[in-house]
Design a protein around this ligand. Structure first.
Ligand code: UT7
Length: 359
């Protein structure tokens, strides 16, 4: 069978959400914020955070094993591991190899993708290209994030937030945490995985097309100023003191760009694959802000039955978002064999795009 007749199907998916729930009220114990501010502007009611010492490779392992179990496969059945994260365990090496080692793989190649909220979408395109080329028959793609590592406050402040220690919060940290409240309330930890594999049956199932775009001129809309090799040395005490290791988010501009570029990408990928919007059964969007997704839904004119959001429970889980939202949507029966499903995301870079798949 020729490579052009080979498609990439999602064989299975798996999720891992750390058990520790952090509500908006819990955040308000350590910073000047309220549930009344957060919910109307973002839709987020709670998120999950890992315990200290838990990194993305560890939570990725849980999600990967869930996806493998769902497919009745073992790590030995995987040809390539692809890991997307913007919060890696270490500056280097990437978390892909760490995950592969955790899964007992000692020679399986592992590739890391650092495209932030668009990382999983790019991973889908990468896996699809490798599979259709015949290079690999089966790819384990994982998105995992531990954003809690970016929160600069000490464990005593975490204790106040989680109700393990007596309040009130140390005023010094209350002021510092309040200074990053526009970002601190948005993110959550989590991991999602998919097993992608070759389909040579010619039944029309699989990824039908991708549209991926980058505009690096917008790099400074969402980035971490401190902690890169443009600086010598690459970390300094002054970076920590000035909160330079905390991401900068030009929230309103990101909001505007996401609301405009995600619907465009969805329309582009539909046109490229010869499909009409009405044929789409479900659109799964990156979950950065419920209001962005409501705006995308409105621009595209999609009914509520054709979109699904779970940001309310998990916040923005960056590269983990698309597999988490997919896994939950399938679990809820919102999509299944034969469904035409769209995926779209926009993230720091800026990178954005859309994909379409027949499940
Ligand atoms: O995917 C990557 C990251 N995601 C995004 O960037 C999502 C896109 N952006 C957004 O969703 C919105 O821009 C935010 C939800 C992040 C922020 O909403 P906004 O309406 O753009 O708020 P703002 O940052 O312009 O702040 C408005 C006011 C400010 O007060 P003053 O200066 O007007 O008195 C902020 O200090 O709201 C204040 N504020 C908060 N108040 C309570 C900002 N964050 C908070 C907070 N709690 N958490």
């Amino acid at each position: 069978m020729s490579a052009t007749q080979r498609t990439t199907v999602i064989r299975s998916s798996g999720s891992y959400l750390p058990p520790q729930v952090v509500t908006n009220e819990m955040l308000s114990r350590i910073m000047d914020t309220t549930d009344e501010w957060i919910v109307p502007r973002t839709g987020i009611r709670e998120r999950r955070f890992v315990m200290p010492g838990v990194g993305p490779a560890e939570i990725a392992e849980h999600a990967a094993r869930a996806a493998l179990d769902a497919a009745g496969l073992t790590p030995a059945d995987i040809g390539l591991v692809v890991f997307a994260t913007m919060t890696p365990d270490h500056y280097f090496p990437g978390s892909g190899g760490l995950l592969a080692a955790r899964l007992g793989m000692s020679t399986t190649p592992a590739l890391d993708i650092r495209m932030q909220c668009a990382g999983f979408l790019s991973g889908l395109q990468t896996a699809d290209a490798f599979i259709r080329s015949g290079a690999f028959d089966r790819v384990l793609l994982v998105g995992a994030e531990v954003h809690s590592g970016l929160m600069p406050w000490p464990e005593s402040v975490w204790d106040v937030m989680l109700g393990r220690g007596d309040g009130p919060c140390d005023p010094y940290w209350y002021e510092r945490a309040s200074g990053m409240r526009d970002r601190a309330v948005l993110f959550g930890d989590g991991a999602g995985a998919m097993v992608l594999e070759a389909n040579e049956s010619g039944d029309g199932r699989g990824f039908l097309g991708f549209v991926m775009k980058t505009d690096g001129a917008h790099w400074d809309k969402l980035y971490v100023p401190g902690g890169g090799c443009k600086s010598r040395p690459y970390f300094t005490p002054a970076m920590f003191e000035s909160l330079g290791t905390i991401p900068i988010v030009e929230g309103r501009q990101v909001f505007r760009l996401a609301s405009q570029l995600m619907p465009e990408a969805v329309r582009d990928v539909l046109a490229k694959t010869g499909h009409r919007l009405e044929e789409l059964d479900l659109l799964l969007m990156h979950q950065a802000n419920l209001r962005i997704n409501e705006s995308v839904q409105k621009i595209l004119g999609l009914p509520d039955s054709k979109v699904f959001n779970n940001i309310q429970k998990y916040g923005n889980t960056t590269a983990a978002t698309l597999p988490l939202v997919y896994d939950e949507a399938v679990e809820l029966g919102l999509a299944g064999p034969g469904s035409l499903v769209g995926f779209t995301a926009l993230g720091a870079g800026l990178h954005w795009g859309a994909a379409i798949a027949r499940l």
